[in-house]
Design a protein around this ligand. Structure first.
Ligand SMILES: [Zn+2]
Length: 379
């Protein structure tokens, strides 16, 4: 299907990176997570536009690198690349979260799984396993939820890169800073954008991605089967059969932001265009509330969306802190939802006055989505 001389390989070469190839399947129907993700990403991109559905319309693949990073590039075709560490870290986190019994204890409910399929000793939070019976095994239902959360997180990552391509960010970078790809980490170091401009571009890509991800959650309602259990231990604003999908979509997106924060801290990046996870999530609240009202996906009002998003974000924050053996600062998380989000959006909008006209010639109107919401909220 693909030759060796692809646009992806050229982009990787320009950054001194190696193409990471998904490991081959194992006998017995076992495929590697990278292979599953690559197939899904290609299918998802083809479903977005006729241009991407055409042969050679878009190139997707992985770079072998230890950063939680990704890039978008445009040369002979559009290129999207996700670094291998992003996939490994996200997959590991989603599965590790499921080993914490206090997170979603309802999953192992006997009511839910039935007497035969729910293993009682493992399903009870307050029973401990004897040391000589230690087991790493987790139930399929937890793996299923982990895989579904991972899928949404990686879909957000993919759609964020599409946002950089479709909203003209990559073209503007080429005009101002040269032909290199548009990276997630180290954007400021790599080119001529100032911090406020880079922040506005990241917010635009996030805004694009969150609409695509929620459009898909509305369409596919991937978490519907978890609704009953979720609502046993979460008091959430109800929204017909979509409540669980809204909740877990926010959960996945917050977890993705949080891992990105960790990676930036580990890499000692001082100036970064994405705000910290809680603020980054809070800035997207009005986008989700507006697009779901406009598209008729939901009857929830803004305060309900805020409750859903903060509940899901805090759940993810608690789980990550638990895994990292650090304390949760719920007040710091919630503080981002008050003034700072509005201040941050105000900065985006002010910057947009000058940035918007520079992006306008590069907007790809012909590549608007086939069925989803309009690509950008702000334009
Ligand atoms: Zn970005």
């Amino acid at each position: 299907m693909l030759g060796h001389d692809t646009a992806l390989d050229e982009a990787l070469k320009s950054l001194g990176l190696t193409h990471f190839m998904p490991p081959a399947p194992k006998p017995g129907g076992m495929i590697h997570v990278f292979q599953m993700l690559e197939a899904r990403a290609r299918g998802r991109l083809a479903g977005l536009s006729d241009d991407y559905a055409a042969p050679g319309g878009v190139d997707f693949g992985f770079a072998e690198h230890r950063e939680f990073n990704a890039f978008a590039q445009r040369s002979s075709r559009d290129v999207i690349c996700i670094y291998s560490a992003t996939v490994r870290t996200m997959w590991s986190l989603c599965n590790a979260v499921m080993t914490i019994r206090e997170v979603f204890p309802w999953i192992d409910d006997i009511d839910r799984l039935g007497e035969n399929s729910a293993p009682p000793p493992k399903g009870e939070l307050f029973f401990v396993r004897e040391e000589n019976h230690a087991s790493e095994e987790i139930e399929p239902i937890r793996r299923k939820l982990a895989a579904a959360i991972f899928d949404v997180a990686m879909d957000f990552a993919l759609m964020h890169e599409v946002g950089h391509l479709w909203n003209g960010h990559v073209d503007l970078l080429h005009q101002e800073g040269g032909p290199l790809p548009f990276p997630e980490m180290r954007l400021i170091e790599a080119n001529g954008f100032n911090l406020a401009e880079a922040q506005a571009l990241e917010f635009d890509a996030d805004s694009f991605a969150i609409q695509k991800v929620f459009a898909r959650a509305y369409r596919e309602n991937q978490f519907k089967e978890f609704s009953e259990g979720l609502l046993k231990d979460h008091r959430l604003p109800l929204d017909g059969e979509h409540t669980a999908s809204w909740f877990f979509t926010w959960f996945a997106v917050y977890a993705f932001f949080r891992l990105f924060d960790e990676a930036c801290a580990a890499a000692n990046i001082e100036q970064r265009p994405q705000p910290p996870a809680a603020l980054r999530q809070a800035c997207l609240l009005s986008t989700v509330a507006a697009v779901s009202a406009r598209q008729g996906w939901s009857s929830l009002a803004m305060p309900h969306w805020a409750t859903l998003a903060t509940d899901a974000g805090l759940e993810a924050e608690r789980a990550i802190c638990r895994l990292r053996r650090s304390g949760v600062n719920a007040n710091a998380f919630l503080a981002a939802w008050e003034g700072p989000a509005f201040d941050q959006i105000e900065i985006y909008l002010q910057t947009w006055d000058a940035l918007g006209p520079r992006l306008a010639p590069f907007k790809r109107g012909a590549m608007a989505a086939k069925s989803d919401a309009p690509p950008a909220l702000i334009s």
